[in-house]
Design a protein around this ligand. Structure first.
Ligand code: ADP
Ligand code: MG
Length: 163
């Protein structure tokens, strides 16, 4: 599956959606989130963390100043927020490439700021709808990501929608 779109109407629904993505992860993964401030990128990442069995005692917050937070779960989660990235060398200094090609799960908020826009990964574009609606457009780049998107969408169709 290359593309898939979901509209959520509550923050909890966006988190639930993220949880299924976290559950669908079976290995090294890159998830690239783009969208305006308040679009729901952190909310979605909180769900991914739950799906990776990261303890709820470790609250997932935007790493706005540190640029990256690390959590331990079923897989390690490296949560980047590039909002305050001033130049791309900073990404190199952070070791972004090592994480992105490493064993854990790398989730990036403001992924539109990554200079290499050809990275393999699951691209997610979040946009506002009316009221509390948010549209999440998924695009898989690479065979592994097409498989991931398929598993994730199946979980949502089977179990998520009803919540
Ligand atoms: P970002 O990380 O993209 O800046 P956040 O996840 O921090 O965004 O914030 C999203 C905000 O939008 C939160 O205040 C949340 O309560 C609100 N919200 C309202 N409806 C939704 C929805 N359907 N999905 C996600 N967040 C929503
Ligand atoms: Mg955020």
């Amino acid at each position: 599956m290359r593309q898939w779109t979901v509209i959520t109407s509550l923050p909890g629904e966006t988190q639930q959606l993220g949880k299924f993505l976290g559950e669908a992860v079976t290995g090294s993964t890159v998830i690239l989130l783009s969208g305006e401030l308040g679009a729901g990128k952190t909310c979605f990442t909180q769900g991914i963390a739950r799906g990776l069995a990261i303890s709820a005692r470790e609250p997932v917050v935007s790493p706005s100043y540190t640029l990256m937070n690390h959590y331990h779960g079923r897989f390690d989660l490296y949560h980047f927020d590039l909002y305050r990235l001033s130049h791309s060398e900073e990404l190199v200094d952070l070791g972004f490439d090592e994480y992105a090609h490493g064993e854990g799960v790398t989730v990036v908020e403001w992924a539109e700021r990554i200079p290499d826009q050809n990275l393999e990964g699951l691209y997610v574009r979040l946009t506002y709808g009316g009221d509390d609606n948010r549209t999440l457009e998924f695009e898989a780049r690479g065979k592994d990501y097409e498989d991931l998107l398929e598993r994730f969408a199946c979980l949502w169709e089977e179990r998520g929608k009803a919540i």
